[in-house]
Design a protein around this ligand. Structure first.
Ligand code: CMP
Length: 139
């Protein structure tokens, strides 16, 4: 049985541009239910820890810098088979390659400034939700 919730972040590019409401509305229209959310300015250290799995990648420094540069919005969404459903709904990492109608195609600027993060496995959805929310907040 797959997890019925997943974790996501509206990244600084989209949050700063006032796109958070449109993105949440888009996902709600696709059947996702918002169950936890907050608005936060990540410290550099938090961004480094959250993206630690990418530490060896050439874009790690840029990613950490960007994610701690301005407010972002971590949130939890509920839906059947949530992790895969959300990855389908947001589209490919690079908005130029993302399918029509996906969040990144509609709202992202570039591969680095790509509007939204989504957990890539049930295990990471649990880990990443716990990074930002107390267990009692993830309904
Ligand atoms: P995300 O789903 O948040 O997970 C890792 C992030 O690394 C990814 O989205 C992108 O924003 C970022 N990323 C991946 N590839 C590149 C790249 N080539 N240049 C800059 N950022 C990247």
């Amino acid at each position: 049985m797959s997890l019925d919730y997943t974790f996501s972040i509206i990244k600084p590019d989209a949050f700063n541009a006032g796109k958070a409401g449109k993105i949440i509305g888009h996902l709600e229209a696709e059947g996702f239910k918002l169950t936890a959310a907050r608005v936060i300015l990540l410290t550099r250290r938090q961004a480094e820890e959250f993206y630690a799995v990418h530490r060896a990648r050439p874009f790690y420094g840029e990613l950490v810098e960007f994610m701690s540069s301005a407010l972002c919005m971590p949130f939890v969404l509920q839906k059947t088979n949530a992790v895969n459903a959300l990855r389908d709904a947001i589209g490919a990492t690079d908005p130029a390659e993302a399918a029509e109608g996906t969040v990144r195609r509609l709202f992202a600027e570039s591969k680095g400034r790509n509007a939204i993060h989504a957990s890539d496995s049930d295990e990471n959805a649990i880990r990443e939700s716990r990074f930002f929310f107390a267990g009692s907040e993830v309904v």
